[in-house]
Design a binder for this molecule. Structure first.
Ligand code: 5AD
Length: 445
C-alpha cells in the first residue's frame, strides 16, 4: 500500500464538530498528509456527521453513497465515519455500508491516527464510547484559515431534554480543568488569534472538576487575559445562568454582546414535556436581566415547532414570545423523532403539514423583526472582525461585535482576514448588513 498523501473532510452540524474536524485534520497533517478540497484526489475521506435531526443524518448517508463510488478505481482509499452518527450507529454502520473502513465517535477523535494505522494493517475499526481519559493534543489542531480560536471547555451533556439525542452521542458531561483551558487560550493568543470561542453543549454548566469554580469564574479569567479582543461562548442553557454569570457579561467589554440562548418553545406545557426545567416567564426574565447588564446584547435562539402535543394555542405562545424578546436570529426546526429519546413515547404527534405551516409563520414573523432590528443599525459604526471574502468579487465579509454578518467593499486594499476594521452600516438586508470601511484606527479594547 502506498502511504496516504491527501485527506478530505466534510463536516455537518455544530461548532463541536467543526473543532473535531480541525483536530482530525491536525493529526493527519502532523504525519505529512495534506488537506484537499477535491474528494476525488483524497486518500482518506472523513465524514464528520450530525444526527440531531433526521435530515442531517440522511444528508450524510447520501453523501457517503457518492464517495463510495470513488473506491471503484481507488482500492487504497479509506472512508471513515466520524461524529454523532458514528457514535449512534457503531458496529451497525460497518454492516450497513460494506465500503466503510472505520467508525470513530466524537469522544475518540484524538485517536484518529491509531485508528487509521489499524485500518491500514487490515482491521475494520469501531472506536466509539466515552473513555474517561481522552487524547487531546493542543499542537495537533489545524486552525488554518480560521479567525476564531475554538476551545472546548465541557464535553457531553447531562440534561435530559426529551427530544434530544446529544446525551447519547456525546456522552455524559465532562468539564476540562481551568488550567487546561487557560493553557489552550494562551496558546491561541500566542498564535495571534483575537477571538476566542468557548464551546460546550451546555457551556455555562462548566465546573472546575475538583473545585468550587463555575462558568462565571471561567469567563472572568479568560476575559481578563491580555490579547482576548473578543470572547464568545456557545451554547448556553437557560436554567444554568446564575446572577454572577450575568454580572460578568456586564463587566467585561471584550465579552461579545451576543448570546445564543435556545428557548425551544414559548409554551409552558410544551417546555414541560420537553423536560427543559424552566418556564417561559423565567426565560423572559433572564433575557431582561441579561439586557439590563448589557443593553446592546443581541440574543439568538433555537425553536422546535410541532413537538408532540403542541396545540395551535401553544404555538401562538411561541410567536408571542418571539415578538416579546425580539431575537437577532431564530434557528427554527420541525420536530424530528430521534432514536432512543423519551419524546418517542409522547402521544399526539403533530402532522407534517401543520408543522410546516407553523414553521413558515414563525419565519415570516422573525423576518420582519430582524429587518426592523437591522434597519435600526443603519448609520451606526462598529469594529468588525474580518472573516472572509464575499461572493461578489472585491467584497469582504465580517462580523460585528453582535455577531451580525456585514458585507463591505474591499476597495484597493483588502483587510487581512482576522483583522479588525471600522465600518459604518449603510444598508440593512434581511439577514445581514452592508457597510463602508472607514479609515480610522480601530479602538482597542
Ligand atoms: N428535532 C428537531 N430539532 C431538534 N433539535 C435538537 N433535537 C431536535 C429534534 N429531535 C434542535 C434544538 C437544538 C438544536 C441544536 O437542534 O432546537 O437547540
Amino acid at each position: 500500500m502506498t502511504p496516504p498523501r491527501r485527506f478530505f473532510v466534510e463536516t455537518w452540524g455544530c461548532q463541536m464538530n467543526e473543532l473535531d474536524s480541525q483536530r482530525m485534520a491536525g493529526q493527519l497533517m502532523q504525519q505529512g498528509i495534506l488537506p484537499t478540497r477535491d474528494p476525488g484526489e483524497a486518500d482518506i475521506i472523513l465524514l464528520n456527521s450530525c444526527s440531531v435531526r433526521e435530515k442531517a443524518e440522511q444528508k450524510f448517508y447520501s453523501r457517503l453513497g457518492e464517495y463510495r463510488l470513488l473506491k471503484k478505481d481507488r482500492r487504497d482509499l479509506l472512508i471513515g465515519l466520524c461524529g454523532c452518527v458514528a457514535q449512534q450507529e457503531g458496529e451497525r454502520a460497518l454492516d450497513r455500508v460494506p465500503d466503510l473502513d472505520f467508525v470513530l465517535g466524537p469522544a475518540r477523535v484524538g485517536e484518529l491516527r491509531q485508528v487509521v494505522a489499524r485500518r491500514r494493517a487490515g482491521e475494520r475499526v469501531v472506536a466509539t464510547g466515552f473513555p474517561v481519559e481522552r487524547h487531546y493534543e493542543l499542537d495537533a489542531i489545524s486552525r488554518h484559515g480560521e479567525y476564531k480560536g475554538m476551545v472546548t471547555v465541557i464535553e457531553g451533556c447531562n440534561k435530559n431534554c426529551t427530544f434530544c439525542i446529544v446525551p447519547q452521542t456525546r456522552g455524559p458531561e465532562q468539564s476540562r480543568s481551568m488550567a487546561d483551558i487557560l493553557r489552550e487560550v494562551r496558546h491561541l493568543l500566542d498564535y495571534g488569534f483575537r477571538e476566542i470561542e468557548l464551546l460546550g453543549q451546555t457551556v455555562n454548566h462548566w465546573r472546575e472538576p475538583d473545585g468550587g469554580m463555575d462558568f462565571a469564574d471561567l469567563l472572568d479569567r479568560v476575559a481578563g487575559l491580555p490579547g482576548v479582543e473578543r470572547l464568545r461562548f456557545v451554547t448556553s442553557y437557560p436554567r444554568d445562568f446564575t446572577p454572577r454569570m450575568v454580572e460578568q457579561i456586564g463587566l467585561h467589554a471584550n465579552i461579545c454582546p451576543y448570546l445564543h440562548l435556545p428557548v425551544q418553545s414559548g409554551s409552558n406545557a410544551v417546555l414541560r414535556r420537553m423536560g427543559r426545567g424552566y418556564t417561559r416567564e423565567e426565560y423572559v426574565a433572564l433575557a431582561a436581566r441579561l439586557r439590563a447588564a448589557r443593553p446592546d446584547l443581541a440574543l439568538s435562539t433555537d425553536i422546535i415547532v410541532g413537538f408532540p402535543g403542541e396545540t395551535a394555542e401553544d404555538f401562538e405562545c411561541t410567536l408571542e414570545l418571539v415578538r416579546e424578546v425580539r431575537f437577532s436570529a431564530v434557528y427554527a426546526f420541525k420536530y424530528s423523532p430521534r432514536p432512543g429519546t423519551a419524546a418517542l413515547r409522547l402521544a399526539d404527534a403533530v402532522d407534517d403539514a401543520s408543522a410546516s405551516a407553523r414553521l413558515q409563520r414563525l419565519f415570516a414573523l422573525q423576518e420582519g423583526i430582524q429587518r426592523r432590528i437591522n434597519e435600526s443599525l443603519v448609520g451606526q459604526e462598529f469594529d468588525v472582525i474580518v472573516t472572509g471574502w464575499g461572493k461578489q468579487p472585491g467584497t469582504q465579509t465580517g462580523r460585528t461585535p453582535c455577531h451580525r454578518v456585514i458585507h463591505f467593499d474591499a476597495a484597493s486594499e483588502p483587510a487581512p482576514l482576522g483583522s479588525m476594521a471600522r465600518l459604518k452600516v449603510e444598508k440593512a438586508l434581511p439577514h445581514s448588513l452592508l457597510g463602508r470601511r472607514l479609515e480610522v484606527p480601530v479602538a482597542a479594547n
